[in-house]
Structure formats: structure tokens, C-alpha cells
Design a protein. Structure first.
Length: 196
């Protein structure tokens, strides 16, 4: 099972991944977490480029689109192996991030045609103003105008794909965690009504 948490910056993905991992492990499942970009050399380059002042320019967006697709290909073997071992994979982002952050969408889809499709995508939907307030401002992406477009793109993709569940990330972390557990529980025959 491949579960991905998506959302604009500051939505709480890292916190919620940790809480979901603990919940699934407490219910007897083996869980591995992955993050995009990875810690590969390509991933490290992506992280550096994201802090550049021109990170939102068209040329840099295309460059990042290529690099993210390459970085994803590097983790495909790991994801397939973990699934073969029967482990639950929880990922912080997937190719859907590229579809909402980089353009043009058709080209990004083509670059990512070999990317693994998640079984479930939990979209942490956060108000843009809260997102900007929660981030440290080191990435060029962390501004209201850019993140508003990204949020709209996420909601559009969620509407187009049946593997998305939208979680209101404007709530406190405990409520968000509870909502995530309730969304995931039925996939593992865990009683969703028993979750608070």
C-alpha cells in the first residue's frame, strides 16, 4: 500500500506522516516513510535550487520539473521492493506535487509517466495565509500569490482523481490526525468508528 500526503507548504505533512506511521505500527503494520525530494545527489540539488530567488521563473520551473522526475525514478526500485515485502509506504509528496507546482502540466505528466501511482493521496488542504505564516520564507515558493495557484491546482487534481481524500488542515494537529486515521483505517480493516 502506497499512501502519499500532499499539500501546500506548511500544511503539516511531516507531523501527520509521523503520527500516521505510529498509528499503523500500533495496529501491527510494517511502515516505511519516504520523502521527496530524496537525499540523493539529485534531491540535494533540488533543495538548493528551491532557495534561489528565481525558483518560480519559467526556466527554473522546467529545470525543477526535470530534476524531480529524475529523483522519482531513483526511488522507484525502493518503493517496489517495499511493496513486495508487504510494507506500507507513506510518502511526503509524489509526482502530484510536480503537477501542481511546475508547468506546463501536460509536459510534467509526460516526464512522470513512469512514476508510481499512489493507492491513496491525503491532500492536507490549508488556507494560503496560514501556509505562509507557518513557513520560514526560505523558499521562493512561500508566497501568497504562488501558493494560491498551487492550492487551486491541488483541488482540481483531487477532483479529477479517485484516489484523493481531502483533509481540512486548518484544524489543530490532533483533529487532522484523527481525520487522516479515519480515512486510512478502512484500507486496513481497522475500526474507523473507534478513532477519536
Amino acid at each position: 500500500m502506497y499512501i502519499v500526503l500532499e499539500g501546500i507548504d506548511g500544511a503539516g505533512k511531516s507531523t501527520q506522516i509521523s503520527l500516521l506511521k505510529d498509528f499503523l505500527e500500533q495496529n501491527g503494520l510494517e511502515v516505511e516513510t519516504v520523502v521527496e525530494p530524496t537525499d540523493s545527489e539529485v534531491g540535494k540539488l533540488i533543495r538548493r535550487l528551491l532557495t534561489r530567488h528565481d525558483a518560480t521563473s519559467d526556466a527554473m520551473q522546467r529545470t525543477l520539473g526535470l530534476l524531480f522526475a529524475a529523483d522519482r525514478l531513483l526511488i522507484m526500485e525502493k518503493l517496489n521492493k517495499l511493496e513486495e515485502e508487504g510494507k506500507v509506504i507513506i510518502s511526503d509528496r509524489s509526482f502530484y506535487s510536480s503537477l501542481v507546482y511546475q508547468e506546463p502540466r501536460e509536459w510534467i505528466q509526460e516526464l512522470n509517466k513512469y512514476a508510481k501511482i499512489p493507492d491513496l493521496v491525503l491532500l492536507l488542504d490549508l488556507d494560503v495565509e496560514k501556509s505562509v505564516a507557518r513557513t520560514d520564507g526560505t523558499d521562493e515558493f512561500e508566497n501568497v500569490e504562488f501558493l494560491t495557484a498551487v492550492k487551486e491546482n491541488y483541488l482540481k487534481i483531487a477532483e479529477e482523481n479517485g484516489n484523493f481524500k481531502i483533509i481540512d488542515a486548518n484544524n489543530g494537529p490532533n483533529k487532522v490526525s484523527s481525520d487522516i486515521k479515519k480515512a486510512v483505517a478502512p484500507l486496513f480493516d481497522i475500526c474507523a468508528d473507534c478513532i477519536r
